[in-house]
Design a protein around this ligand. Structure first.
Ligand code: ZN
Ligand code: ZN
Length: 378
């Protein structure tokens, strides 16, 4: 009911800290600007559980007692659910006497949905502050609003893409619209460049390696009878593996360089964004076996792969881990993430908490304490 936007999670962080302190856990606030870090146990191995805390600039339309009380801000991605599951796992682990040796660290991360004025997201800020030092594995469980309630969606390998952005300027020579031969029309250069860019993925990239280049904005000109001197374009590049990513960057440069053959010029500003999300196969296996033992084999589903991006991928650069989902769909309603009517079945949250706690124990046990027996905890 009190959602807060990225890097403004003050009350949220205070509430999280209060719950963790109630469990008698050591808590650090202000990590990665507004993040909260706590831990249970110490030493190696160290398993981290990450939950994002930020809400979205969306006006909630749901007429429910727990609707957002903040105008224009809403937990439209369900990060309040992610927080609740991680706190639930902390509660379970804090009260279990025969936890395997090692550390479970809780990372309540600010701003997953955006970046600050220096272009850094919450995960990057947490990394900058050393929140992942010594972590051997990191788990991120997200509620899935369109997955059947209680379903655990987890798969190994690439899940989400690396996201790079670019801006280019094509320069010709401005002139009167009635005398195009006296200048160099940047729109005619643009027409060729668009064709070349759109041919990169189907003709220059191995079809077995997912890739996208999209143009999202074109700006140029101001009057019908004037050919302008330049045109600007902006776009996004998505890829999974590094080799394809570099290849896309090179091919974009080549497509733009076409204008030189025709007497024009170009500039390209390419900004590398977040890396791809890669789920570690061994950790996926641990989650799958925990989910099967807790909820039965029918609880498991394959995870949907997409060319979107999640800033959790920055944490996966530092430690192996898995981003996975638990279904929280309300019956067969379609409440889409980031929509003003987003809502979910919160009766599933205890299951998510149990799954995080159980998986963390299994991961701790696997490296150091083979005598740990799942289910022996009370
Ligand atoms: Zn989101
Ligand atoms: Zn989200």
């Amino acid at each position: 009911m009190q959602p807060e936007l990225g890097f403004h999670e003050e009350r949220t962080a205070a509430l999280i800290a209060e719950v963790l302190q109630g469990l008698r856990l050591p808590v650090r606030r202000g990590v990665g600007r507004t993040g909260v870090v706590a831990h249970i146990g110490s030493g190696h191995p160290c398993v981290a559980i990450r939950a994002d805390m930020d809400a979205l600039p969306v006006q909630e339309v749901n007429d429910v007692p727990y609707a957002s009380q903040v105008p224009g801000v809403m937990h439209a991605c369900g990060h309040d659910g992610n927080i609740a599951m991680a706190l639930g796992a902390a509660g379970i682990l804090a009260q279990s006497a025969d936890r395997p040796q090692g550390e479970v660290r809780f990372l309540f991360q600010p701003c997953e949905e955006g970046t600050d004025d220096e272009g850094k997201s919450g995960a990057q800020r947490m990394l900058d502050d050393g929140a992942l030092e010594g972590v051997d594995a990191v788990l991120s469980l997200h509620v899935g609003g369109t997955l059947p309630a209680g379903t655990v969606a987890v798969s190994a390998g690439y899940m989400l893409a690396a996201a790079d952005s670019w801006e280019a300027t094509l320069t010709g020579q401005g002139c009167h619209g009635a005398y195009p031969h006296l200048g160099l029309d940047p729109f005619s250069l643009l027409a060729l460049v668009i064709q070349a860019i759109n041919n990169i993925v189907p003709r220059r990239i191995d079809p077995l390696h997912p890739a996208v280049i999209s143009i999202g904005a074109i700006h140029g000109g101001g009057a019908g009878n004037i050919i302008p001197g330049e045109v600007r374009l902006e776009g996004t590049i998505r890829s999974f593996d590094d080799e394809t990513r570099q290849h896309l960057h090179r091919e974009l440069e080549r497509a733009l360089a076409l204008v030189r053959a025709l007497g024009g010029e170009y500039t390209l500003a390419l900004r590398k964004g977040g890396p791809a999300t890669y789920n570690d196969p061994a950790i996926v296996t641990a989650i799958q076996s925990a989910a099967t033992d807790l909820f039965g084999p029918d609880a498991l589903a394959a995870q949907e792969v997409g060319m979107g991006a999640d800033d959790f991928a920055w944490m996966l650069q530092r430690a192996p881990g898995v981003a996975f989902q638990i279904g929280v769909q309300r019956g067969d309603e379609r409440r889409l993430h980031h929509s003003p009517d987003f809502d979910f079945d919160d009766s599933v949250l205890p299951k998510g908490a149990a799954l995080l706690a159980e998986t963390a124990c299994r991961l701790l046990a696997r490296s150091d304490l083979p005598r740990y027996e799942p289910g022996s905890r009370t």
